[in-house]
Structure formats: C-alpha cells, structure tokens
Design a protein around this ligand. Sequence first.
Ligand SMILES: *Cc1c(COP(=O)(O)O)cnc(C)c1O
Length: 397
Amino acid sequence: MAQTLLRKSVAALARTREIPTPALRPLDAVVAELQPHEPVHALRPATLARTAAHFVAGFPGETLYAVKCNADPRTLRALWDGGVRGFDCASPAEIALVRSMFGRAATIAYMHPVRARAAIREAYGRHAVRRFVLDSVAEFDKLRAETGAKPGTLDLIVRIAPPVVADAEKPLHDLSGKFGASAADAVALLRLVRPYARNLGISFHVGSQNADPQAFARAIAHADALAREAGVAVEVLDVGGGFPVAYPGQDVPPIDAFFAAIKQAHAACHTLGNTALWAEPGRALVAAGGSVVVQVQARRGNTLYINDGVYGALADAGVPGLRYPTRLLRASAADEVAFDFYGPTCDSADHMKGPFVLPGDIREGDWIELGQLGAYGAVLRTGFNGFERAHLIEVEG
Ligand SMILES: *Cc1c(COP(=O)(O)O)cnc(C)c1O
C-alpha cells in the first residue's frame, strides 16, 4: 500500500516537475565528434516551437498539425511546446500516437476521407475521435454504421475539390485529383449530412507548397458559393494545408500574407463569414526545424555521390525536383559551383538534379547540411537496397 502510494506520488511529481532538458549542442560540434558515415537527421526543437508559435498566433482560427508530415515524437512535443493542441491524423497509428503523448488534451481530427471500417471503429471507440472528414455518400454511410453515433454528436467536414487552376499555377503537389467532392456532389452531401452533424464543415486542400495566397482566397470563395447553394447552416471552414516554405530558387511570400488573404476572403463570404476557421498545416510548421547531414562518398566532375537520396530523406529532390538549402560543414574560400547529386542506391532514378550550390573544392569525406527537411524527409526513408540506417539527433536551434 505504502509502496503503491509512493510510486503514485513519484509519478505525479514526474508529470508536474520541470524536468531540466540537457543543453543541446550545435550541429557542427556533434558531427565533428560523431564523424558519421550514415545520414544524420538533425532536429531543432527550439526552431519547431518558434515556428509553431508564430503560426498559432497568426492564423485566425484553430491550428491542426498534419501529422503525416513528420510523426516523430520529439517533433510533436516541440510543436506542443509551441502551442499546437490540434492534430490532423490520417491513420489509426497516428491517432494512437497523439493520444498516447497528449491524452484527451489533444484535439484530433480524422481527415482522411477514405478509411477502413476497422479504422473508424478504433478512432471513435478507443480514441474518442469526434471529428471526421468525408467526400462521399459511401463514407458517410460507413461513418454512421461503424460509429453508431447519435445524430448531433459528430463534427463532419465535407471535403471539396478546390477550383480548377491552369497548369502553370499548379502547386508542387496537386491533391485535387485524389480527394474532394465535385461542386454538385458537395452541395448534395452538405444537405444530406446536415441533420446528422453536430458541427458541419467544409474543407479543401489547395495543394502542398502552394506559393499563392490567392489560391486560398479563391478556394474560400468557392466553398462559400457551395454553402450558399446548399442552403444549410455551416459552422466550420477548414482551409487545409499547403502553406509553403522557402526553398532555393522559389519565391515564397511570408506566411503572414497567407493569413491576411484568408482573413480577407473569410470576411467577404456571404454564407461562411461567421464560421470557425481551421487550418491543417504540415510543411510550414516543421520543415525549418529539421535538416539532414550527408557525406560525400565520391566526386565525379560536378556530380557528388552522397549517402542519402530519393529512397531516403531526399525523396522530393527526385520527382518533383525540390532543391534544399546547402551548407558545407567546413570552412572553404573556394568559389561556389552548381552540383547535382546521386544517392547511395544502385537505382539510376536515385538522382537529384538540383542545382545544389556548394564550394568548388568539395571532396570525398566532406559533410553537407541540407536544410528545410523537417517535413516529408525522415518519414519517407525506405529500406531499399539496405540504406535505411540514419542517426537522429536533437541540436541547438
Ligand atoms: C498532407 C495534408 C496536409 C498537410 O499539407 P502541407 O502541404 O504539408 O501543409 C493537410 N491536410 C491534409 C488532408 C493532407 O493530406
């Protein structure tokens, strides 16, 4: 009995006491000591928390972090420290992870519009998820059958396809082909779902790394027109993710320009002007907080053979051909040169054409830091060809 009490009070203490975090060291010092021949994922919790705090403070509504972008617990913890309390999850594993870390203090929205029936039961029954997205009548039927929820107890968000744009204006990852109800289907679905929903919402995703604030404004106006046509009350307008970050060679407006465009378009709505706003940022919250250190294994002309590639953390440097900011981890006075990279696997598709700009005297054994890799980096690593191993370290912000 006494022992149980003691254990309980120790556990309570551990929960409430400020646990001092060991001071983090700069990345360069860690690499100098480690001399790593495998890729190193560097996480900067302070940068993550600061970026999250800026988004939470600037976005005029609720921020739901899109967990698929980086589900590392240290990343989730840093976002929490920055004030993020909502999570956009797409799978039972993501939901279980968020609940295990933050309990009921976290708000979870299950935003994948096509789910296994067992996944719906697990989310609703075991993890008490009450927010669900849908883009079809079939999914509505599944949600009702598998949750058995009484009318007026679920928040149901109808995902619509954003308005069609010209190819030249398409974002890095256009998601409109896979999910989202057409205009006519959305109107019918809003009417069908209304009597059953506690809160009814409309959501869209303008495509990842969308550099145009007006893409959000246009999608909001489109959602407004559909709500008006449906003639039903709507409580939530979810503007999705897609907020961009700066990669070399891309001109990206500051995040505040997106908040301003969203506020303005929301205020101009006929029907949705009083709805609560939600956002589901992924990349914009976590890209800057992570980088990858790679080692040069060979140099052939202006091509570098490095120890990470498109089957690892650099997936987006293959197709669609993203470039990352680069930094050589030693002093060099040489002029900068444009390089392309090959990754470590034997597949010729493991090529990153860049250009990646680095000092011209770069040589075998050098380490390079590639930035903006906190999003869609480490989580895309595969075991192909035996190159799954990597270090993960936390470093100074
Ligand atoms: C991937 C995804 C996001 C996050 O997108 P980013 O472009 O990383 O901001 C948000 N919502 C949904 C539904 C997604 O699938």
